[in-house]
Design a protein around this ligand. Structure first.
Ligand code: ZN
Length: 154
């Protein structure tokens, strides 16, 4: 018996609405492959899904497909960890082994210079990575760089 698939012909496909492999009418074909089918049971037209029986045989290729998004998100978090460790390393290079007396207590009224070590009441120990202008400095703390005020008078 011939099972040649053609538009308006019948084919067994998986219907997600019915949750079963059922007879469908082919609505559209692309390059000899059914693209859209109409479920004869629920009457819904949907994209062609291969019968589940058939899919069970090629499980390895479908698990490969689902593994890919997890891989991309993993490589993204690896990249984030890299930038974080580079910043933490710079922070550690400045802070490590420094006696408490090396740190100036941060106050917006103080005036700070590049590479100066300072201790912030809330953010902890950090170093001045750059002086932005007479009123702002960029300070690298363990959890990241922050812009702080300095040189305030009064
Ligand atoms: Zn259906």
């Amino acid at each position: 018996m011939s099972t040649k698939v053609k538009v308006a012909g019948e084919i067994v496909a998986h219907c997600r609405k019915c949750g079963l492999d059922l007879a469908h009418v082919v609505c559209a074909m692309v390059a000899g492959v059914p693209k859209r089918v109409l479920c004869k049971t629920c009457g819904q037209e949907h994209a062609y899904h291969r019968p589940q029986e058939e899919r069970g045989a090629s499980r390895s290729s479908s698990s490969e497909r689902t593994a890919r998004p997890a891989g991309t998100s993993k490589s993204k978090s690896v990249h984030e960890a890299d930038t974080e460790s580079a910043r933490e390393r710079a922070w550690r290079d400045h802070i490590a082994g420094q006696p408490a007396s090396a740190f100036a207590l941060y106050s917006p009224r103080g005036t700070f210079v590049a590479d100066q070590l300072l201790r912030h009441a809330k953010f902890g120990d950090g170093f001045v990575s750059r002086v932005i202008d007479a009123g702002k400095i960029e300070v690298v703390f363990r959890d990241g760089a922050r812009t702080l005020a300095h040189g305030l008078s009064g």
